[in-house]
Design a binder for this molecule. Structure first.
Ligand SMILES: [Ca+2]
Ligand SMILES: [Ca+2]
Ligand SMILES: [Ca+2]
Ligand SMILES: [Ca+2]
Length: 258
């Protein structure tokens, strides 16, 4: 075979690889995802519901502004935004929530937990996208007002994952200031094991992240479900099933403690 033919075949192979490779990459996530670059905290924020930790000033706000369920709402009824920072041990989320009525009707954290006021934090450790309803390809932590975390397990039943999170909030005027630290587990997490180890996080890591709030002010079911990502087609409340809706979280390398 002539040399030029070999090169041509190699370039065709590259072209095919690039074409299909790109198509595969695009297929993992719905178009129009947000990107959030989280600064690295030299000193971890104290999880106490007080946002005076220096590192929070370095992170930008992202809004909860996409209505997934429920009618139009007023600024007094609900507003939400959040920031993210990280350390090698955990990611930290600061959420600022306005909610006129706080409600936790189902005191059992495993019972109809999505119909109480709760902050929902969706994490896909390896940014794979894909289906995660009854597996740990991704987690959808429903953080209740008493800082318990619930998600579906591989047995298709709700499980209490409160040992993955540390949360605390305080009311400041009209707002709840909510700090949550989360251990990051990969998809090898086993519900029946007591030996699951959280990952050590490194700069440049890319993860899937989405944040939402379920607002109930006294109804039988939640009145609004408002999230950080758009849902251009299909059921808007399917984040607990479809990790392809999650935004992109990049753990920035810069270490900041000022
Ligand atoms: Ca704090
Ligand atoms: Ca409300
Ligand atoms: Ca995954
Ligand atoms: Ca409420």
């Amino acid at each position: 075979m002539r040399r030029s033919n070999v090169f041509r075949r190699i370039s065709v192979a590259w072209l095919l690889l690039a074409t299909f490779g790109t198509a595969a990459a695009e297929a993992t996530h719905v178009e129009g995802r947000t990107e959030y670059r989280a600064p690295r905290a030299a000193e971890a924020p104290v999880v106490d519901g007080v946002a005076d930790d220096a590192i929070w000033r370095e992170a930008r706000w992202q809004k909860l502004e996409h209505t997934w369920l429920g009618p139009e709402y007023t600024a007094e009824d609900f507003q939400g935004r959040y920031k993210v920072v990280w350390t090698p041990e955990r990611i930290y989320i600061l959420a600022e929530i306005v909610d006129d009525v706080l409600i936790d009707t189902h005191r059992d954290p495993l019972l109809q937990y999505w119909d109480d006021d709760c902050l929902e934090i969706f994490i896909d450790e390896d940014h794979s996208g894909g289906e995660h309803q009854y597996n740990h390809n991704a987690f959808a932590y429903h953080i209740s007002l008493d800082n318990q975390a619930t998600d579906m397990g591989t047995d298709e039943k709700p499980h209490n994952y409160s040992h993955h999170v540390e949360g605390d909030w305080k009311q400041q005027g009209e707002k709840l200031v909510w700090e949550i630290a989360i251990d990051i587990y990969d998809d090898s997490y086993a519900d029946d094991s007591d030996d699951n180890q959280p990952l050590t996080l490194a700069p440049g890591k890319v993860m899937g992240l989405m944040v939402a709030y379920c607002d109930n002010d006294g109804s039988e079911m939640r009145e609004n479900f408002v999230g950080s990502e758009s849902v251009p087609y299909g059921p808007k409340d399917r984040g607990w099933i479809d990790a392809g809706l999650f935004g992109t979280l990049v753990l920035d390398a810069t270490e900041t403690d000022s």
